[in-house]
Design a protein around this ligand. Structure first.
Ligand SMILES: *[C@@H]1O[C@H](CO)[C@@H](O)[C@H](O)[C@H]1NC(C)=O
Ligand SMILES: *[C@@H]1O[C@H](CO)[C@@H](O)[C@H](O)[C@H]1NC(C)=O
Ligand SMILES: *[C@@H]1O[C@H](CO)[C@@H](O)[C@H](O)[C@H]1NC(C)=O
Ligand SMILES: *[C@@H]1O[C@H](CO)[C@@H](O)[C@H](O)[C@H]1NC(C)=O
Ligand SMILES: *[C@@H]1O[C@H](CO)[C@@H](O)[C@H](O)[C@H]1NC(C)=O
Length: 137
């Protein structure tokens, strides 16, 4: 499905330098973060929203999944992955994908913005500052 083709983007864009960045990225706000571990693995859930910025549309969604795999959020243009760092820290990566019709070129461009935050199990709310911006026309 779609998700498997997006996963490499989520992982690889984090090591790319900004391709098309213009203007200031908006902070994304995660709230209601919860992490529950059992012998079978850890389940996470959180809400995340972003205001519209100069170069990206706004979004607001609810994410849940199992560590460490990338999983689409309720709005599947947003993908999240939570993975363990040194105890008790967790890395939360979020990627947003959107499409823009480029009338001038009669084509559709796809953009991704991604960022991550390091949090602990007791974090309830945190900011993600997207630090990669990537697009293909
Ligand atoms: C994002 O949050 C940081 C820390 O709170 C703040 O310094 C920065 O100005 C914010 N950026 C924007 C674009 O709002
Ligand atoms: C988080 O998302 C859920 C599901 O969409 C919603 O019911 C809940 O009100 C949201 N919580 C906050 C704090 O926005
Ligand atoms: C994570 O993805 C791998 C590879 O697709 C899969 O083998 C594994 O079962 C997944 N783990 C979870 C917890 O979904
Ligand atoms: C999902 O998010 C996109 C922004 O990436 C927004 O345009 C779209 O309306 C959202 N879909 C739903 C069902 O909320
Ligand atoms: C999270 O922690 C890792 C490992 O310490 C570090 O490489 C990374 O830069 C941190 N990420 C953020 C967003 O602070």
């Amino acid at each position: 499905m779609q998700l498997t083709s997006l996963l490499p983007v989520l992982l690889s864009t984090l090591s790319l330098t900004s391709a098309l960045s213009t203007g200031q990225a908006a902070n994304w706000t995660a709230t209601n973060f919860q992490l529950e571990c059992s012998p079978g693995g850890c389940a996470y859930r959180f809400n995340i929203s972003a205001p519209a910025s100069e170069n990206a549309p706004s979004f607001k969604t609810y994410c849940e999944g199992l560590t460490p795999n990338a999983t689409a959020c309720a709005n599947n243009t947003i993908i999240a992955a939570v993975s363990p760092l040194a105890n008790p820290t967790w890395n939360v990566k979020v990627q947003h994908e959107w499409h823009v019709i480029e009338e001038e070129y009669n084509s559709e461009a796809t953009y991704w913005q991604a960022g991550s935050a390091n949090v602990t199990e007791t974090s309830k709310a945190f900011l993600i500052k997207p630090d990669v911006f990537y697009g293909v026309a």
